[in-house]
Design a protein around this ligand. Structure first.
Ligand SMILES: [Zn+2]
Length: 189
């Protein structure tokens, strides 16, 4: 539960209202961390740790959850300018049955709260976070790193919201070097 996030996003944590979505996408990072949703057992454990016990999680539900995770990752890559064709239609389909309740506070902030049980409650909570964030204009600040060996979800705290990689020193540099090498090998053909 209190496992520290890897350094790549430890300083780019989303606000509490988007934290579950960020943590969910980062259950699989393409570098050194194991996929927390690789099996039903590990997925159940991860869900329980996030406060969503799903004792009857089956393979079909696990597939639904991991497919949603990768759709979200593609959308977050688009937020960072790495994907010009995000799978929004798929995201709409995957969240079309989500039920959330809207509340408006006295200070006019709008908040969505999830309904349902088990895996549905989990997915509804993600939908509620997405909706709340888009109402509060924070959704597009949640991004995915453009280094395909990393792809972590990070929150862009920069003033202009123009950050494209989780780290400049590691991921942005790595992509720059890779592009440079590809250009060199291309020029010798
Ligand atoms: Zn990265």
């Amino acid at each position: 539960m209190n496992e520290q996030p890897p350094p790549a996003w430890a300083d780019k944590m989303a606000p509490e209202s988007l934290r579950l979505l960020q943590t969910f996408v980062n259950t699989h990072q393409y570098t050194t961390y194991p996929d927390h949703l690789a099996t039903i057992t590990t997925a159940k454990q991860w869900l329980r740790e996030q406060g969503f016990p799903a004792p009857r999680l089956d393979l079909a539900q696990l597939k639904r959850v991991t497919v949603l995770r990768e759709t979200l990752r593609e959308v977050l890559l688009a937020h960072a300018g790495h994907n010009t064709n995000p799978p929004l239609a798929q995201l709409h389909t995957q969240l079309k049955d989500a039920t959330v309740q809207l509340t408006i506070d006295q200070d006019d902030t709008t908040k969505a709260t999830a309904r349902g049980k088990g895996v549905d409650h989990f997915i509804n909570t993600l939908a509620a976070e997405l909706l709340t964030a888009s109402l509060n204009n924070t959704w597009t600040r949640l991004k995915a790193c453009g280094n395909h060996e990393c792809n972590v979800a990070f929150y862009d705290h920069s003033r202009n919201a123009t950050t494209r990689y989780c780290t400049t020193s590691i991921c942005a540099n790595r992509v720059r070097q890779r592009t440079f090498r590809e250009r060199l090998s291309g020029s010798t053909e």
